[in-house]
Design a protein. Structure first.
Length: 364
């Protein structure tokens, strides 16, 4: 009898179904009384773990979009929200979860108490964190205050900027984007480009940095930003000379305003934060990682527990590989990776029968 061969199921390719459009989150969540966020978030560590689906080829069953995230704020104080992000940005010291058992009160003690990392890696983590500025993205703030709405956050943020408590920087064309249109009549249409990234810092941190310099030009610049809390740009033909501009650029306090089309506005410079590029690189690398992780699944979606497993890596015995503590993330907490992507419209979040789920929206 002649042999007959048939193609294995693994050799057939199926086109992934298109992703759904981003859903509008419910904004009519009932107001509850203010509670200290630390107490609320510690309760999440005692929650019952759900069982994930058998594989990532099964489409998640959406229960609703009324999601309560671990970092959601229960009041409208943006300064509390900012402190929440800054004080919990590292995985081993956050109060939002207790995935890593560490000891010690200082950064060095906590890092060196982590098991599974070499001394060289631990030293690199400490060095990197000491150079990372105390910045956060406005997108992260949107996610923390999701129940208030982006417009409300923008207005409150503007008041904090005017009062001199917060400083905002707009880094032009800092983040590359690829947008896949998911409308039926334009299915498959792809747009490439760059978008601005808005970052904020506490004004006291910014002034502290400026006070470290005695150069007359930087002292002059300090007075300018102090009297112009809302300024995002400076005009070199009016306030500063060409020599002043060179000094400020070299120290990282201003950058050229570029539109990525080989055209630069000759007299306008963006006010910047020194070493801001290190933070932006961290955010961009995190966005790329998240998009790749979701893209590899059939429906471009994963439940939160599975994302955590991919983020840190898991051995055959179920132990963490601590991949997230190595370059390029150095222990940056996944909560803020998800919060940034959610606030930027890259992903959407929803409740499923097996926990919170995340899905790409088409803007990557």
């Amino acid at each position: 009898m002649p042999l007959r061969s048939t193609a294995a199921k693994s050799s057939t390719f199926k086109k992934s179904s298109s992703t759904s459009p981003i859903k509008k989150f419910q904004r009519d969540i009932k107001r509850r009384q203010q509670l200290p966020y630390q107490t609320v978030y510690r309760k999440t560590t005692t929650s019952v773990k759900t069982t994930p689906p058998a594989d990532d080829t099964t489409k998640l069953i959406i229960v609703d979009y009324n999601v309560q995230l671990d970092y959601h704020l229960r009041n409208d104080d943006l300064m509390v929200a900012i402190d929440l992000i800054l004080n919990n940005k590292w995985s081993e010291s956050t109060v939002l979860h207790q995935r890593y058992q560490v000891e010690g009160s200082t950064l060095e003690e906590r890092i060196f108490s982590l098991k599974g990392l070499s001394s060289v890696t631990k030293a690199e983590i400490i060095k990197y964190r000491s150079q990372l500025p105390e910045l956060l993205t406005v997108s992260q703030l949107y996610s923390v205050c999701q129940h208030l709405g982006n417009t409300f956050v923008d207005k409150r943020l503007e008041l904090l900027i005017r009062s001199g408590k917060i400083r905002k920087f707009v880094i032009t064309n800092a983040s590359p984007i690829i947008s896949r249109n998911i409308q039926r009549f334009q299915l498959g249409k792809i747009s490439y480009g760059f978008e601005n990234v808005e970052v904020i810092v506490k004004t006291e941190e910014y002034y502290k940095l400026l006070k470290q310099h005695t150069n007359p030009t930087i002292v002059k610049f300090h007075q300018f930003v102090k009297h112009n809390p809302e300024a995002l740009f400076i005009n070199t033909s009016e306030e500063f000379t060409q020599e002043d501009t060179s000094i400020l650029v070299n120290h990282g306090f201003i950058t050229l305003t570029s539109n990525h089309l080989n055209q630069i506005e000759s007299h306008q410079y963006s006010i910047s934060y020194p070493n801001c590029g290190t933070f932006l690189k961290l955010i961009n690398n995190a966005r790329v990682w998240l998009v790749k992780a979701l893209t590899k699944t059939k429906h471009h979606e994963l439940i939160e527990d599975e994302i955590y497993k991919k983020w840190q890596g898991v051995t055959l015995q179920g132990d963490s590989k601590l991949n997230n503590f190595r370059k390029p993330f150095y222990g940056y907490d996944l909560n803020w990776v998800l919060a940034d992507a959610l606030g930027a419209g890259i992903i959407e979040v929803f409740n499923t029968t097996v926990g919170r789920g995340y899905r790409l929206t088409g803007k990557v």
